[in-house]
Design a protein around this ligand. Structure first.
Ligand code: GLN
Length: 538
């Protein structure tokens, strides 16, 4: 059977939660026994988001095969509980790079190379390549309809509908119904305009998903149906939900899956969403509460730590607890006061020296006061630096990332990284094995001997200092054996103090919380029992 394609576009404004809508629909399709894959197209010229500042683009999500991708891939993996690859995300930069390389090779000799058909053909080739083996392919086109950048992607989608026929390609447009306070109404005009824009380029949406902060009345849905020329049942509302994991259920209630299957003329068994429904109930009504500090430097932009945030919530699910994630700015002058009352402290990954000294103070605080602590990637590197400086007494110990001339380079580049010239896609990326040392906190928490975790960093624990660090109490509890690279450190005699060189957050799923996040939140809950939630709520 050839796959059916569903395109998801966005209208009116960005940040509408298109990714959540796409992932939720994917979840519903999967619950009907169909094999589903998701693709995100990003219309920018960067080859991947790897070199972008989190303020531009939020977190960079890393796949097992080491692709640096858009954070929407994280939503897809979490909702579907599958591992995607570099095929599932591509950018305009990649498309142009391929076409230009082929042009130089002489593949188009004699022809003028143009957006239509050369760029659009390459986009369609990538749609098809990603669709292998799937019944349903959900393709989310980044940006907002009307942007110059996304035009070639929309054009390729329009062509695909022509190539494959209407029964095989469906268009879903996600828009905003703004609420006007003065007149107390939701407005449909921006949606009408944005659908008009789509029509100009030859796409008629089949389904409209309306994001709104208020319920959308039947009258309003009828109006949208009439003005935008979609069936009445094909106007679906997406109100703000208590948890993003509830969105598939909100869609199911409006029979979005039935609509989609009917329009695509696809038969599928009845759905089974009972396990998911139970999960959502559990998320909404936990027995306990805990406050965790996420001490980073991009605290104004929650998207910068998307997967860490979600993994903490999953850790909560595993412990039947609501996790209040408190974003603590490591550049705050009253840092220690901000940490007061927190039941656990997490230091996430990062690049560059801004905020480093603050993070070191945070780690010292957790170490000395016995607060459960979890360090991720840069969080491990700083854990080693803090310990080297304040316990081993190696003054000025540092990473060569921040002080290339440090006398004690406890974190350093491996020789192969010293040779790297280009910044793009040249870090240690993707899944690597990690062997766990018997009897350690890490090994007990994982309940395994060997695990695979995703990486995204250039610098490494410098094994030259390992003996001294271990002797003083900072154990190496996991190593990447083929290269003997320390991957996990933990502190003896502390209730829960562990840091990892990888990014476990990328592999946590609501239905399968990551063991380290579950263990960390569990330890924080124990501390919460001694000091219940005071001023820690957000
Ligand atoms: N900047 C550090 C490195 O490149 C840590 C990276 C990270 O936290 N992802 O090694």
């Amino acid at each position: 059977m050839s796959p059916k394609f569903i395109f998801v576009t966005g209208g009116v404004v960005s940040s509408l939660g298109k990714g959540i809508s796409a992932a939720s629909l994917a979840k519903l399709m999967k619950s009907r026994g169909l094999s589903v894959t998701c693709v995100k197209c990003d219309p920018y010229i960067n080859v991947d988001p790897g070199t972008m500042n989190p303020y531009q683009h939020g977190e960079v999500f890393v796949t097992d095969d080491g692709a640096e991708t858009d954070l929407d891939l994280g939503h897809y993996e979490r909702f579907l509980d599958v591992d995607f690859s570099r095929q599932n995300n591509f950018t305009a930069g990649q498309v142009y790079e391929t076409v230009i390389t082929r042009e130089r090779r002489g593949d188009f000799l004699g022809a003028t190379v143009q957006v239509i058909p050369h760029i659009t053909d390459e986009i369609k080739r990538r749609f098809q390549a990603a669709s292998k083996g799937a019944d349903i392919v959900i393709i989310e086109i980044g940006g907002t309809v009307g942007d110059i950048e996304s035009l070639p992607f929309l054009e390729a989608a329009r062509q695909l509908a022509l190539d494959l026929g209407k029964d095989n390609v469906l268009f879903i447009h996600v828009t905003l119904l703004p609420f006007i306070k003065a007149s107390e109404e939701l407005k449909t005009k921006p949606t009408q305009h944005s659908v008009g824009k789509l029509r100009e380029i030859g796409i008629n949406p089949d389904i409209i998903i309306c994001r709104s902060e208020r319920p959308v009345s039947a009258e309003l849905k009828a109006k949208i149906s009439l003005f935008c020329s979609v069936h009445r049942d094909a106007v679906v509302e997406a109100p703000d939900a208590a948890t993003i994991y509830e969105v598939p259920l909100l869609f199911q209630r409006q029979a979005l899956d039935e609509q989609v299957l009917m329009l695509l003329r696809k038969r599928a068994p009845t759905r089974d969403m009972e396990t998911w429904r139970a999960l959502v109930e559990k998320i909404k009504n936990p027995r306990r509460e805990v406050a965790i500090a996420l001490a980073g430097k991009y605290t104004e932009l929650k998207d910068a730590y998307k997967s860490v945030h979600e993994a903490l919530l999953h850790g909560g699910i595993a412990n039947d607890a609501r996790v209040h994630v408190r974003y603590v700015d490591v550049q705050s002058p009253r840092l220690e006061a901000d940490l007061e009352g927190m039941h656990g402290i997490l230091v996430p990954g990062g690049f560059g020296d801004r905020g480093i000294e603050g993070k070191l103070r945070v780690i010292r605080y957790a170490r000395e006061r016995g607060v459960p602590f979890f360090g991720l990637c840069l969080g491990l590197q700083l854990t080693v630096i803090e310990f080297a400086r304040n316990v081993l007494g190696l003054a000025g110990a540092n990473s060569t990332e921040f002080d290339p001339k440090t006398r004690h380079p406890v974190i350093d580049l491996l020789p192969e990284q010293k040779r790297v010239k280009d910044k793009g896609a040249s870090m240690r990326l993707g899944a690597y094995s990690c062997a766990l040392r018997k009897g350690t906190l890490a090994q007990r928490t994982y309940g395994a001997a060997l695990v695979h975790e995703r990486h995204r960093h250039r610098f490494e624990y410098n094994s030259r200092f390992r003996q001294a660090l271990e002797k003083a109490g900072l154990l190496v509890s996991g190593v990447h054996a083929p290269k003997n690279l320390p991957e996990i450190v933990e502190l003896k005699g502390h209730p829960w103090f562990l840091a990892v060189q990888f990014h476990p957050e990328f592999k946590s799923r609501p239905e399968r919380p990551h063991p380290l996040f579950a263990g960390f939140v569990g330890a924080a809950l124990e501390r919460a029992q001694e000091a219940p939630l005071a001023h820690a709520k957000q």
